[in-house]
Write a protein that binds this ligand. Sequence first.
Ligand code: SAJ
Length: 407
Amino acid sequence: LMINIVGLGYIGLPTALMFAKYGVEVVGTDYNKEIVDSLNEGNLTFEEEGLEDLFQSAQENNIKFSTEYISSDTYILAVPTPYIEESKKLDPKYIISAVNSVLEVCKKGAVIIIESTVSPGTIDKFIRPVIAQKGYVTGEDIHIMHAPERIIPGNMVHELQYNSRTIGTDTPEVGNQVKELYSKFCKEDIVVTDIRSAEMSKVVENTYRDINIAFANELAKICRKDNMDVYEITRIANKHPRVNILQPGPGVGGHCISVDPWFLVGDYPDLTNLILTARKTNDSMPSHVLSRIRDIMREHNIKDISKVGLYGLAYKENVDDTRESPTLQLLDRMDEHLAFGVKVFDPYIKKRTVDHQFMNFEDFINEIEIVVVMVGHDHIKNNMDVIKDKLVLDTKNICTIDDTYKL
Ligand code: SAJ
């Protein structure tokens, strides 16, 4: 048995390493030569807890990386599935092209497992026709499956092994073989179901979280209006056995929770009032942060935006991923003068990714009067004494110093 894993990003790479660790012959394929070269030279392409050790074990078991697709009987596709800005619908171009490339080289009877999150109905609408066009019969020549990934950045290596997962298939017997395969490292329940249910349940999970975060964010705004303490109120409310309110924050970033609900809104515009409102609420948070920054500047008579520093550019704590990050959303909403003037620091981001004043921690701290904590990295938790004499806007409620401003 050999698995060709296509797409060596945040999902494909840990999955490839995990299968290799457990003794499966694995070739990881990515069209990006830089990623492939870096991995072949023994250098990981992103940081993630436990990934170095996993890489070590996978290398000992001879994992290979290539820009080519390999002739095999099992494929796992973990390629991006972005949405189209205007229509809010999924853009299937990367999965279509990956499936096409697989069909060029795969063996008869091959299993193609799509792990990328897709909008419900995508496989029927876009993937089956691609397979049929080549003259293959699904369920005989090719087995198409959907096994949506569920791992959370920051805890991926653990969750790969300890999250339950889903396998959507037309043919339960073959689905059960794939279940066996995943159970080499997945110690939790693996549910075999139909493809549409697998697609839908994944999008529903992320939408559920988006809505719950939106509720927390709306509460934060209500509490701000009348000077109530949202953290005290949620702490008390959460003591109720059936209440579990999440944490408000500067916005919802990442490539999952801020994207997947749009698939439902795009496909069911008349039926998704709640989902759309939640999305808009979460998207409004960076502007709320901006108005809080203005409040503090006014109160302290600070007129110069270069005295303001945004701590954190990643989309959440202890990761180096900046996709859809609240800080980038905030910079986007500032007019040019503000966006160029404000200072930015993130210990996980080494290079300047956008046009703003990105600097090292020492200069950052020395030059600013207001620290806006946008991300709760452990790094800032360990540097409370460094920021204790500044004005601090703590959007994540993680600071342990007196008199900080909150959302
Ligand atoms: N956030 C809040 N308040 C909270 C929790 C999160 O403001 O109480 C913010 C975070 O700061 C971040 C965003 O939401 O900006 C999303 O972070 P997250 O940690 O909730 O989730 P992701 O995007 O890192 O990963 C999610 C996970 N989905 C669920 O928990 C339902 C993960 O299991 C999925 O595998 C992943 O999406 C994915 O790839 O779909």
